[in-house]
Design a protein around this ligand. Structure first.
Ligand code: CP
Length: 308
């Protein structure tokens, strides 16, 4: 059994499908009057976020509670990290309190991998720098399969925007490719990785030519916080060339899905009315995220018994 989820590479195709199948039963649980099962009663999950988060942190904490686990949330601004406590001392301190799993987000690429060498817990990577965001990838694949069918082989997916700085792009591209989808990265050359060796994709800098050919458009957030300068002359120019404007959305095939990991820069990578349109499953991604994270926690900590 897998102990930690540090990268989407920790799961092969069958592992991704297994999590998606498990998430399907947990989605049913989340729709019950009392959306709770005793699956992880007696387990404790620590939520340790060194970087800001709304969706991932609350989603994991909700998922753990719905599995009846106890949840320990570290409030970074009032923790001893502010006094200079090291990452290693912090996680070993949390481990000493009797924790079964730690969900960690950190600005340093590889931080969860280091943590996994210092403690004997299940570690879940909730996003590390530009590196990986495996549970975002799982909820994206899960959401896409619910609409496009369980078999994504042949599905044409455009991932658009700030690829170079995006941990979501790195993990989600690999997950879609594992399931056989054909992924096109769409970005100006300055927002593409220096090398695409190892990326199971093709790349294009011409969003307009890709538009009529895809089944799913996945927009990425422009990440102002990760670099001093924009990799594009101005946000207005970015939107003109790469934003999913109303005009571009009108040129998509009628059954196309529109996804975004959030948080969105409305009016930059996506027009507000497109984000609210029937084609958009952005809110559904968030809803599915709870079920997928229940599946991940259960997969790592559960006894293997059937979900009640
Ligand atoms: N998609 C995502 O990781 O969002 P948060 O930063 O709000 O967790």
């Amino acid at each position: 059994m897998m102990k930690s989820l540090l990268s989407i590479d920790d799961l092969d195709r069958s592992g991704i499908i297994e999590i998606c199948d498990l998430a399907e039963s947990f989605l049913t649980v989340t729709h019950r009057d009392i959306p709770k099962v005793p699956a992880l009663r007696g387990k404790t999950v620590a939520s340790v976020f060194y970087e800001e988060s709304t969706r991932t942190r609350l989603s994991f904490e909700t998922a753990a509670k719905r599995l009846s686990a106890d949840v320990m949330t570290m409030n970074m601004s009032s923790s001893s990290v502010k006094k200079g406590e090291s990452l290693r001392d912090t996680v070993q301190t949390i481990e000493a309190m009797g924790v079964d799993a730690m969900v960690i987000r950190h600005s340093g690429a590889g931080a969860p991998n280091r943590v996994a060498t210092w403690v004997d817990l299940s570690i879940v990577n909730a996003g590390d720098g530009r590196h990986e965001h495996p549970t975002q990838a799982l909820l994206d694949v899960y959401t896409a399969r619910r609409h496009l069918g369980a078999d994504l082989s042949g599905a044409r997916i455009a991932i658009v925007g700030d690829i170079r700085r995006s941990r979501v792009a790195r993990s989600t591209t690999k997950a879609f490719a594992q399931l056989g989808a054909k992924v096109t990265l769409v970005a100006p050359p300055t927002m593409l990785p220096d090398s695409l060796v190892g990326w199971p994709v093709v790349a294009s800098s011409d969003f307009d030519s890709v538009l009529p050919e895809v089944d799913l458009v996945y927009l990425l957030r422009i990440q102002h916080e990760r670099e001093d300068s924009l990799a594009f002359p101005s946000l207005r120019e970015y939107t003109e060339r790469y934003g999913l404007t109303r005009d571009r959305a009108d040129r998509l095939r009628p059954e196309v899905l529109i996804m975004h990991p959030g948080p969105m820069n409305r009016g930059v990578e996506i027009a507000p009315e497109v984000a609210e349109s029937d084609a958009s499953v952005i809110t559904e991604q968030v809803e599915n995220g709870v079920a997928v994270r229940m599946a991940v926690l259960y997969h790592l900590l559960g006894s293997g018994a059937a979900v009640a």
